[in-house]
Design a protein around this ligand. Structure first.
Ligand code: HEM
Length: 129
C-alpha cells in the first residue's frame, strides 16, 4: 500500500533552501533565550543549526546532504546524551511552532509540520522528569 507522506512535498513548495535556514535561525533564537533549553545545547550553536536545517531539507524532499555527511539520522540515539523530559520537549515544540508561523513559506504546511514536530519530539523523550 502506498501511504502519502505530506512532508515529502514541502521542499518543492518552499522552493529553495534559504527559508529553512531562516526557520532554524528563528527557532535557535528561541532556544538561546530559553532557560530550560539553552544549558542542554553546546556553546557553539553553529554546527547544530546547519545539521537541523539539512535534516529538515532532506526530510521534506530536498537534497540528501544530511545523510551524505552525517549518515543515517538515528535521531533518538543522537539525542540520548541530552536529558530530554516533558519540560524540554514542550519548550522545544513551543519554539519550533513559533518559528514555523514566523516564516511565511512554511505557513501552508504548518499543520503537517507541527504534527510531525510534536510526535517526533515526544519520541525524543528519554528521561522521566
Ligand atoms: C524534544 C526536544 C529536543 C531537544 C531538547 C533537542 C536537543 C538537541 C540538542 C541539544 C542537539 C545537539 C545540538 C548540537 O550538537 O549543536 C540536537 C541536535 C539535533 N536535533 Fe534535537 N532536540 C529535540 C527534538 C528534536 C526534534 C523533534 C528534531 C527533529 C524534528 C530534532 C532534530 C535534531 C537534529 C537534526 C540535530 C542534529 C543532529 C546531528 O548532529 O546530526 N531534535 N537536538
Amino acid at each position: 500500500m502506498q501511504v502519502f507522506d505530506p512532508l515529502s512535498v514541502i521542499y518543492k513548495s518552499v522552493g529553495s533552501e534559504e527559508p529553512y535556514y531562516r526557520l532554524v535561525d528563528t527557532f535557535y533564537a528561541g532556544v538561546e533565550a530559553d532557560a530550560v533549553l539553552r544549558p542542554i545545547y553546546p556553546e557553539d550553536l553553529g554546527p547544530g543549526k546547519k545539521h537541523l536545517a539539512q535534516f529538515l531539507i532532506q526530510r521534506t524532499g530536498g537534497a540528501t546532504t544530511y545523510s551524505d555527511e552525517r549518515g543515517h539520522p538515528r535521531m533518538r540515539g543522537r539525542h540520548m546524551p541530552f536529558k530530554i523530559g516533558v519540560k524540554e520537549r514542550d519548550a522545544w515544540v513551543k519554539h519550533m511552532t513559533a518559528a514555523v508561523h514566523a516564516v511565511p513559506e512554511f505557513e501552508k504546511h504548518s499543520e503537517a509540520l507541527l504534527e510531525f514536530f510534536g510526535s517526533f519530539a515526544t519520541f525524543m523523550i528519554n528521561q522521566a522528569e
